[in-house]
Design a protein around this ligand. Structure first.
Ligand SMILES: Nc1ncnc2c1ncn2[C@@H]1O[C@H](COP(=O)(O)OP(=O)(O)OP(=O)(O)O)[C@@H](O)[C@H]1O
Length: 233
């Protein structure tokens, strides 16, 4: 059964630069649940990354409250938020962000080592995560010896190795060909069906077929309706 992972109550984000203030996100109420793959779509500059960053406890809203699994996180210190990110949230980015001098296995072990888990346990769990994304035969490869799709699968393994409740993905398929993008989306869809909340910011209209839910952001305003779908064809 889907459970609420994150909820936003009257959340607003205003960026102040000099005399100008930009409302990146207008007052927003939103609830994101486990077992769901949610796409966040909308034009460039509309506020998608801002929304993802607030959901991911990366930035604080200017107004409103954010709850993670029912507890308010808006008033927490930077350190506490970092701890929530490390333990509860997996991040996947367009450019993979792998550490180049480390092998696939070592990259996936990193979040566990940061959590203070022993090297042997970290290795066992990283091997499992790499197996889950179908990369058991590439564990000793350096990132430069992997294709784009394989790099993104290592990045997904690194994001899921801590068993997070939520995976946040910023344009995860934008650097990939159609076939690799399909493999990545199948992987993310499968993680959602296993119980994670998977949230994906994308411009890629082909991804809509994988979505349980599509959220549109336009000029900082969030709407849940998929009636706008035609506008984005
Ligand atoms: N740190 C910041 N300081 C000032 N303004 C910002 C900052 N970050 C974002 N903005 C502004 O807030 C608005 C929303 O930006 P955001 O990056 O959330 O949009 P986006 O929908 O993710 O865009 P894109 O699809 O191009 O990545 C934009 O007008 C942007 O210029």
């Amino acid at each position: 059964m889907p459970e609420e992972i994150v909820s936003l109550q009257a959340v607003e984000k205003i960026y102040q630069t000099g005399d100008t203030s930009i409302t990146a996100l207008a007052s927003t109420d939103l609830s994101l649940s486990s077992n769901q793959l949610t796409l966040i779509m909308g034009p460039s500059g509309s506020g998608k990354t801002t929304l993802l960053s607030i959901v991911g406890c990366v930035i604080y809203p200017t107004q409103g409250k954010v709850f993670y699994k029912g507890s308010e996180v808006t008033g927490l210190s930077e350190d506490k938020l970092a701890e929530i990110r490390l333990r509860e949230i997996g991040f996947v980015f367009q450019q993979f962000n792998l550490i180049e001098p480390l092998t696939a296995l070592e990259n996936v072990m990193q979040p566990l080592l940061l959590q203070g888990i022993s090297k042997q346990d970290a290795k066992d769990r990283a091997l499992k995560a790499l197996e889950e994304v179908g990369l058991s035969d590439r564990i000793n490869n350096l990132p430069k010896k992997l294709s784009g799709g394989q790099k993104q699968r290592v990045a997904i393994a690194r994001a899921l190795v801590t068993n997070p409740s939520m995976m946040l993905c910023d344009e995860p398929t934008a650097s990939l060909d159609a076939k690799s993008a399909g493999i990545i989306m199948e992987e993310l869809k499968s993680l959602a069906s296993q119980g994670k909340a998977v949230i994906i910011v994308t411009h890629d209209l082909r991804l809509r077929k994988y979505a349980d839910r599509i959220i549109y952001v336009e000029e900082g305003k969030v709407s849940n309706s998929i009636q706008h779908e035609e506008d984005y064809k």
